[in-house]
Design a protein around this ligand. Structure first.
Ligand SMILES: [Zn+2]
Ligand SMILES: [Zn+2]
Length: 172
């Protein structure tokens, strides 16, 4: 067998591969579009996947199978600064070993875990998103709302916590 790609192999829709199939083919390289509904619950609502596909390659060893791959797609996420919903690409790589003794290799679970750990979940709608005004709630990316900025000097916190320290550091 010169090429690991198996053209006539039908990739299971739930990415639960029969271990025996993989061993008999001496490995496999494949990709598949997945149903975003299968990943409900990995993001906090209203964040959600809108498109997802996975590619994976299996390397068969004497008693273990190595699965290497990546998931990529698109998601609607909510900016953690300004709460606006925005669309973003998401991707996550994975690598996991499975026993050749197991009946199935569940790549769906591996993909799910990889997406949960994907850093995109915590991203902002744009670089330097200004967020919301903490007084009136206006989106500051659309312009200033005119509210007076609350004082945010670190000394205002120190004053409350420890009045003595503040006097020591102050110039006469
Ligand atoms: Zn934002
Ligand atoms: Zn405001």
């Amino acid at each position: 067998m010169s090429d690991r790609t198996q053209d006539n192999y039908e990739v299971p829709a739930d990415l639960r591969f029969s271990t025996r199939d993989i061993v008999e083919m001496c490995g496999l390289r494949c990709s598949r579009k997945l149903d975003p509904a299968a990943f409900r619950g990995i993001y906090q609502p209203p964040d959600r996947l809108t498109e997802i596909s996975a590619r994976v390659e299996f390397f068969v060893g004497s008693d273990e199978i190595l699965a290497q791959g990546a998931a990529s797609g698109r998601a609607v996420l909510r900016c953690h600064n300004c709460l606006r919903e925005f669309e973003s690409s998401v991707s996550a790589e994975f690598e996991e070993t499975f026993s050749t003794q197991a009946e199935f290799i569940d790549i769906m679970e591996t993909v799910r875990q990889a997406l949960v750990l994907s850093p995109e979940i915590r991203q902002l709608c744009r670089d330097g998103c200004k967020g919301l005004c903490c007084v009136c709630g206006a989106d500051l990316n659309k312009g200033s709302c005119g509210c007076a900025k609350p004082e945010r000097s670190p000394f205002s916190i120190l004053k409350r916590k420890d009045g003595c320290k503040e006097n020591k550091n102050r110039n006469p």
